[in-house]
Structure formats: C-alpha cells, structure tokens
Design a protein. Structure first.
Length: 277
C-alpha cells in the first residue's frame, strides 16, 4: 500500500469571527504535515454586512450606508484567506480547493441586486481565481479520489446519516459546526459521512443570534491520506490541549501511528478544546 498524497480539510471559519487558537493550531499542523491537498469547506466569511437575517423584516438601508460595511468585511475575509495561502505557499501546496458556503452565497445575493456591483460576488471579491483555488458554487461537490466534499446540505439531528443516504458515497462537509460520523456497509465496502465542526469563535458575543441557546459546536479539522489501493475508510478523533502550542507534535505522532495498510485513506479528525472561558 503506497501513500499517494496527504491533505488537510478545514471547515467554516466565518472571518472575522474566527477562533484564533483553532486557526493557529491548523496552521501549525500544515507546517508540520506539509500537505499536497488543501480543502476549504466554505463559509469563509461571516458576511454580517449582507446577512440574510440582519435585515429580515426590516427595510434595507441605503446602499451608500451598507457598502462601506461590505467593503470592510471583504477586506477582513481576504486577510483570512491570505493567512491560509501564505502557510500553504511555505509548504508548496498547490492543489487547493474551495467550496462556497451559504454565508458566502449571501455576498452573491447582495451583488446580484445591483448590476453595477458584479465585482462584489464572493468569487471576484475574494480573488478566488487569482489565489489558485479550484472552486465550486454553493453545495456543488468537489471529488478527490473516493471522497466527495460539500459545504453541507442538511442540518437535521442526524445530518451525517442524511448526507450519506442522499449522496451514497464517502462525504465530508461543514455547515453544521458540530461533529458527526455515520457509516454504512455496502457490497463494495464501507462508506462514511463526516461532519467536520468549525473554526469559528464560539463566544456569546460573536453569536448573539443564538439568543443564549446552547449548541454542540466543536473546533476541528481533518487530515486525509489517499492511498494507491483504495479499500476501506476509518476516522479517528483526538482531543487537543487548551492551547495550540504542542498541536504539531500530537499531529505528527498520530499520523505515524494511524496509517493502516488495509485502508484506502485515513481521516484523522482533531477536536480542538473550546477556547471560550
């Protein structure tokens, strides 16, 4: 069994509401692992300035009031993408994928209201082409080997099961911000769906729309190994310490111990302990 390539997958970041400890941990893992593949599952930005909910049941403000807010959020989201691109450049990762999330779609919806704001679509405003990403619009899949990536189509109680039954193949997605896994045994082997959590700040201050409701969100990312002979799949969950200081060592040790010659790829899901006090 020969390792073909290794990748890192990140879920919803919601810049500028990202969790810094979670992001820094993933960046350390990238420097340690040196992946050949990078997948961003979308909801790169929070896009509160064009939120589908912010002006619900309210009159939209004049464009001259809203546009500076949009411009500032575009700047901050681009800064977030810059930090991923910088660390990926350091390790020579050129196979990069980005999926549009439902929050990212809000920016498109805003731009489509004004024909003269065509440069304000998510794809153009965040320079996705210039950054070298292979890109898909909201909830269109990206297929890499026997694993399909989506932003996420369902948020039901058992959404991993729903995704697996709907798409019928190995699926990894974000959107729900929590961790789930569901597997099925088929005649051709096992298939699984993984919900990958998020990298968003979970504080009440940054999520007031929840109105105090409790949630089951978790910080996580995935390491995926593709092998030349694909047979089966497995997922591992490893808790990390409160800080990201020694995350890279844990990542390294886990990879060295996790690879099984009978597996087609190993999906290692790292759970970052919530940094909110």
């Amino acid at each position: 069994m020969k390792l073909k390539k290794r990748g890192i997958v990140i879920p919803d970041q919601h810049y500028p509401l990202e969790d810094r400890a979670a992001v820094e941990c993933v960046k350390k893992a990238i420097l340690k692992i040196k992946p050949k593949v990078f997948v961003n599952l979308g909801d790169v930005g929070e896009w509160d300035s064009v939120s589908a909910w912010r002006y619900k049941d309210k009159k939209l403000p004049p464009l001259e009031f809203q546009l500076p807010l949009v411009d500032e959020e575009i700047r901050l989201v681009n800064n977030g993408l810059d930090e991923w691109d910088e660390v990926l450049k350091k390790v020579g990762c050129k196979e990069k994928y980005l999926l549009q999330g439902n929050h990212d779609l809000w920016l498109d919806n805003f731009a489509n209201k004004y024909p003269y704001l065509s440069d304000y679509t998510f794809f153009k405003a965040c320079k996705i082409k210039e950054r070298g990403y292979k890109y898909t619009e909201y909830n269109l899949p990206i297929q890499v080997g026997k694993l399909a990536f989506f932003h996420g189509a369902f948020a039901t109680t058992y959404h991993a099961k729903k995704h697996l039954e709907t798409y019928g193949e190995n699926v990894m997605y974000g959107h729900t911000h929590d961790l789930q896994r569901h597997t099925q045994t088929k005649l051709g082997g096992n298939i699984a769906a993984w919900s990958l959590g998020c990298l968003k700040n979970m504080s009440h201050e940054d999520n007031k729309w929840l109105r105090g409701r409790l949630h089951n969100w978790a910080h996580a990312f995935a390491i995926v190994d593709w092998f030349t002979n694909q047979i089966d799949t497995v997922a591992l969950k490893i808790p990390l310490p409160d800080t990201a200081n020694n995350a890279a060592d844990i990542v390294d040790n886990l990879i060295n111990n996790a690879i099984n010659e009978k597996l087609c790829f190993v999906t290692t899901m790292f759970i970052l302990r919530d940094s909110v006090k």
